[in-house]
Design a protein around this ligand. Structure first.
Ligand code: SF4
Ligand code: SF4
Length: 95
């Protein structure tokens, strides 16, 4: 579509596009074990710990084989009612 129609849609430049990577941080003592973060993570990154926190709840950990699976979507951060989990973006390696 030409610019004269006022479109702001621009095709993705595949030479610079990348999938973000995230590092997951959990504050175990805040967790109340609701499991929302585990259930709704689109990449199935999280699993319940075998350990329990001081409140007696199984808090989330990064699941086996999922160390590189987080896409830093931030959904676990948003859905957690206790502010017990968040992610930070890992800087991409541009070849
Ligand atoms: S940021 Fe997204 S992909 Fe990463 S652990 Fe949270 S919900 Fe899952
Ligand atoms: S959403 Fe928050 S409170 Fe619920 S299990 Fe995850 S870290 Fe714990």
């Amino acid at each position: 579509m030409s610019a004269e129609f006022g479109s702001s849609r621009i095709p993705i430049d595949l030479s610079t596009a990348y999938v973000p990577k995230g590092a997951v941080f959990v504050i175990p003592g805040r967790c109340k074990g609701c499991g929302y973060c585990i259930e709704f993570c689109p990449q199935h990154v999280l699993a319940a710990s075998e350990d329990i926190n001081p409140k007696g709840y199984h808090y989330p950990i990064v699941g086996e084989g999922k160390a590189d699976a987080c896409i830093h979507c931030g959904f676990c951060d948003v859905v957690c009612p206790e502010f017990a989990i968040y992610t930070e973006e890992i800087a991409p390696v541009i070849p």
